[in-house]
Every structure is written in C-alpha cells, then in structure tokens.
Design a protein around this ligand. Structure first.
Ligand code: ARG
Length: 483
C-alpha cells in the first residue's frame, strides 16, 4: 500500500489519523460521483483564485503559470473523458487538486493557500447555478414564443372559459394561452432575481473566519463575472454566512417548483382538451404514445409526466429547505446534500421546458423553414362547447344593466330566462323575443347581438380582457418584451 496522499484517504488529511476510513464511510461521505459535474466551475474558480494569489505576491508568477497550465490540462482530460475520478478522493475539489499536483508538483500544492473547500464548494455551486439559470431563461423565452405563435393563430377561436370547470363565459383561445405567457414571464423574472443573489462570491471566507493572507476578493469576483449591472464586484460580506447558507439554492428551487406548477396546470388542460369528451386539440404524434392492449389509444404521456414531475421538483424544494433547518453556523457536511436535489431540479426543469416549447409551438423543418408539429386546434369543437351551457348569460344581465336595471335584479331575471331555456332544452339565443320580454319588457331585438359568442367576446374590450383586439395588443407587447 502506498502512502501517497492521493491514494490513501487516511493520509489525505494529516498524520493525525491512526487508521484509514472504512470503505462504507468512504462511500457514504463521498460526493465525487455526483459533484464531478461542477468541474468547469471548480476550475474557473481555481484559475481566478490563483491569478489573484499571484497578483497579490502570495504565490510566484512561476507557480501561477504552472497552476494555469496544469488546470487547463486537467480540463482537457475531463473534457476528453480521460480523467480518472477516484472515490478515495471524495469530491470534485480534491480530485482536481490531486491531479493538478501530479502534473504541476509543489505549485499545485500552493493553490489551496487562503482557501478552504468550504468557500470553494459554495463558489462552485453558485457559478454553476448561474450558468444554468441563464439557460433556463432562454428556454422560458422559447416556450413563451411558442405560446404566442399559437395564440396569434387563434385570436378568433372561441372556447368556453370555465370556473369550477363549469362553462362560465366565452373566451378567445389566444387569450387563454396568454394566461400562461404571463405565468412564464413571471417565472423568468423570478429566475433573474434569484440569479442576482446567486451571483455573489464566497471565496475569501476560507473555512469560516476569513483568512490572514492579503487576498483581493474584488479582483476574484470581477474575474468570475460576479458583478452587478454597474460592474461593482458582488461579494458575500460575512465569512460564516458565505460558507454555510444555501438560501440561493432554496430560492432557485422555489422558483423552479413554481414554474413546474405552471407547467403542470397547463398539462392538466392539455390532457383534458385532448380527451374525446372535449376534442379541442391534437398533439403531434411524436409526443403521444399508444397502448399495448387498446389499439385505438393515443395518450398524452408528455403532459401527464410533466404533471407528475412537478411533484418531484416540489419535493426537492422541501428537501433543500429542510436541509438548512437546524444547522448551526458555519459549514456542516449536511450541505453536501444540496447537490443532488439541485441538479435534478435543473435537469427536470430544462427538459420539461424544452419539450413543451416544441410540443406546443412545433419545430421549424430545416429543409424548408416551415413549422411542423405543435398543437392543432379544433375550432369547431371549441365553439360548439362554448355555445352550450348558457355562456352568454352574463352578457344578457349586462344588457339589462345598460338599460337601467340594477345588476342584482338583472341577475335574477337572467336566472329565470336560463331556467326556461333549460326546461325547453334550447340555448338562450333560441328563446323567442316574446318570451324574453315576459322576463323584462326592456328587452328588444338587439338582444341577439349580445347573446352571440362573438358579440360577447368583442364586448370585453378592456385591458386584460378577452376581446380579440385586446389579445392582439397583448401579443404585441409580449413580443416586444421578448425581443
Ligand atoms: N463535498 C463537500 C460539499 O459538497 C465539499 C466541502 C467539504 N468541506 C469539508 N470541510 N468537509 O459540501
């Protein structure tokens, strides 16, 4: 057995340990098989730290050069899949540092000057998450554009709007989709706010109390792009807090969970709309699956699965926030448990956003630029559904109010009209004028304009309302925002 510090964990710490760690404990405490995915952030953080150590005359230019070359060589090895990750070296940080030291000798051993794995890991997770938040921002944008494209094509398509899943009032399908654009635009805002608090530098906090070396933390922050909109370096101001809190991860998980909940609500609607009882939409075949026993089936597995995955991401939020509860200052090993839920949250959210943008908006065919796939809308079925269920009853009440009837009385009058229509098994617009005039003599022939679905839609011409003209304005302002 060698006593090389990189092969034997009991020697990795110091001579203090009289026996090696048991294999079970090694496996239990190691994180390398999941945290290796932080390698780019780890190397970026080390390069910035080494550059600053040299600028501050804490290490020599020769050592800095050797570290730089060594880390670039390590990065190349990892990139090429040639790096050998070792469980014995516990985590991504020790694995990379050990390989660097094999390549760069004593210079490699000087890299850890004025630094601890505690501030190192906090920096790595923040850097990595910042990059993922940026990718999520782009995916959220793609999804909003897909929804806007479909909304644009379906401004004048009418479907029943529901409350309590009972037919309530007719709405434009474009308007319905814009509700989700609003939700995803707020998700995107939340992600930007989380990014701002994530993009702060823990390095320099060292193990917990700061360090006695004359570090230039601003310099490191600037070289890692941890700056605000005015280029001001963003630095964690308390060393104990810097190494120990993971509130940025909790906030991110909360924003991600909320976004998945929005996806889940949309999924529920897609599933309903696809069922034969609605037949409002079709989803391109490549997003559906068949049944092994019932040959006629086409199942909306993607939205169903997304609805299920929303639960999983909410679970990660619970895991992460509970992880922090009861941790005394400063760093505790509990924090190593932040990674798997965070990684899975990012993966699940990104995959879901990507697949939804394509499932809803379709995809450009590279051969001819034409959009293929996406949801297709059965306008007839939607309109038929809106014309059943007395969806324009409120319009009749509003009609009476405009003729001077107090709203509560108008409401009561319309209830009688609906009751009569139900007993005759006809729609409100099919009630003869003479019958309606029995409910209220103020009713005249122009009532049929307001009882039509299009008339009802057109009349809701208020900001945020469902009149196609308003929907058009909203689409334009969303497009301008997303440009
Ligand atoms: N793998 C550890 C983590 O993820 C790195 C920090 C370990 N620090 C320590 N003192 N054990 O949190």
């Amino acid at each position: 057995m060698t006593h090389n510090q990189f092969d034997n964990k009991s020697q990795a710490w110091s001579a203090l340990f009289s026996e090696p760690m048991s294999d079970l404990v090694k496996r239990y405490t190691a994180s390398v098989f999941f945290d290796k995915r932080l390698w780019r952030a780890d190397i970026a953080g080390s390069l910035a730290h080494a550059e600053m150590l040299c600028a501050q005359n804490i290490i020599s230019p020769e050592d800095h050069e050797a570290i730089k070359q060594g880390l670039n060589a390590v990065a190349a090895e990892i990139e090429a899949g040639k790096f050998e990750w070792k469980l014995d070296l516990e985590d991504v940080h020790l694995n990379i540092e050990a390989r660097l030291t094999q390549m760069a000798g004593d210079a490699g051993k000087r890299l850890h000057t004025g630094r601890s794995r505690n501030d190192q890991v906090a920096t790595d997770v923040r850097l990595w998450l910042r990059g993922e938040i940026d990718l999520i921002g782009e995916l959220l944008r793609d999804l909003q554009i897909a929804l806007l494209d479909v909304a644009d094509r379906n401004l004048d398509v009418i479907l029943p709007g529901f409350t309590h899943l009972q037919v309530a009032q007719p709405i434009s399908f474009g308007h319905h989709l814009l509700a989700y654009v609003e939700m995803f635009s707020r998700d995107s805002e939340r992600m930007s706010e989380v990014r701002r608090r994530t993009n702060r530098l823990p390095l320099g906090a060292a193990a917990l109390a700061g360090t006695s070396y004359p570090l230039d933390r601003e310099r490191v922050a600037r070289s890692l792009g941890m700056v605000d909109d005015h280029g001001q370096a963003q630095i964690c101001q308390n060393s104990l807090d810097a190494v120990s809190d993971r509130d940025f991860a909790v906030e991110f998980a909360a924003a991600a969970a909320l976004c998945m909940v929005h996806i889940s609500r949309l999924s529920e609607e897609l599933v309903l709309w696809m069922s034969q009882n609605f037949s409002f939409i079709k989803i391109a075949d490549r997003f559906t699956t068949g049944s092994s026993i019932m040959p006629q089936k086409k199942n909306p597995d993607v939205p169903e699965l997304a609805r299920g995955k929303a639960g999983r991401v909410v679970g990660h939020l619970m895991g992460l926030i509970t992880l922090m509860k009861g941790q005394p200052l400063a760093y505790n090993k509990d924090n190593q448990e932040d990674k798997e839920p965070l990684f899975d949250t990012v993966d699940t959210l990104k995959d879901t956003l990507r697949i939804f943008a394509e499932m809803i908006g379709g995809q450009a065919n590279p051969a001819n630029g034409l959009i293929e796939g996406g949801i297709s809308v059965n306008a007839k079925a939607m309109e038929r559904a809106a014309s059943l269920g007395y969806a324009t009853a409120t319009d009749l009440a509003d009609y009476l109010v405009k003729k001077g009837v107090p709203f509560r009385d108008a409401h009561e009058t319309v209830a009688h009209a609906v009751k009569t229509a139900i007993s005759r098994q006809i729609e409100l617009s099919e009630l003869p004028l003479e019958i309606m005039q029995q409910f209220n003599p103020l009713i005249e022939a122009d009532v049929f304009n307001v009882l039509s679905l299009r008339g009802s839609l057109q009349s809701r011409d208020v900001t945020g309302g469902t009149a196609p003209h308003q929907v058009q304005l909203q689409i334009a302002s969303h497009r301008a925002r997303l440009e």
